[in-house]
Write a new protein. Structure first.
Length: 207
């Protein structure tokens, strides 16, 4: 006897949509069938704490006020180099100083019924500012605009996928950026990649 193992209403979020774009099987297994990962994933505790600290910083002051940041971080037991690095990266691009109004952790939801399948689409926007006649939505930790995406590599694709991508890239056009580094610089480049300081792709070459 067969039975429907899928939910009547599918949940759609930006995160699981990214999974769908990268790997349809991962989307099916994780988000539709609810199959647990065979290996534990990375903890989200740090990311959630960063969200909480930035929300607290903006609620009572500015992300550019060093004294205010010291007070918030020490008061929450979150004063460490990594947290300060993320807050500093955010402050470099945060438009809150010129904003007329702002909203943090704003959740949107839309229900789709017909045509099937039914799904509930939800998304949490980290921060929204109104300034200079603009409605500005950005990522909390980096301060990036929501549409600022970087394509670093293409993997697990067929030849036809690559041909289709190159045709579309030429029509947009897509601007590629590469940086050539030697193998002796590999560790330093990996650290820069982790910190988001590499524009485009870093290509390792022999000495």
């Amino acid at each position: 006897m067969s039975r429907n193992v899928l939910s009547d209403v599918m949940q759609l979020t930006p995160s699981n949509y990214d999974d769908f774009v990268q790997c349809e099987r991962r989307f099916l297994n994780a988000h539709l069938l609810g199959i647990p990962d065979s290996d534990p994933g990375t903890s989200s505790d740090t990311g959630l704490l960063v969200h909480d600290m930035l929300r607290a910083i903006h609620a009572a002051g500015s992300c550019r006020d060093a004294g205010h940041i010291d007070e918030v971080l020490s008061g929450h037991g979150a004063d460490n180099d990594f947290m300060r690095e993320l807050i500093d990266r955010h402050a470099q691009r945060c438009p809150s100083g010129n904003a007329k109004s702002e909203v943090h952790e704003h959740t949107l939801a839309r229900f789709h019924k017909l045509p099937p399948p039914m799904f509930m689409a939800t998304a949490r926007i980290d921060a929204i500012w109104v300034h200079d006649g603009l409605l500005d939505a950005r990522d909390y930790k980096t301060g990036r605009l929501w549409h600022e995406r970087v394509l670093r590599s293409v993997a697990n694709v067929t030849r036809a996928d690559v041909v289709a991508f190159l045709e579309r890239a030429a029509a947009i056009p897509v601007v590629t950026t590469t940086e050539v580094v030697t193998l002796s610089e590999a560790n330093a480049v990996l650290a820069r990649l982790r910190d988001g300081d590499v524009a485009g792709a870093a290509v390792l070459v022999p000495e």
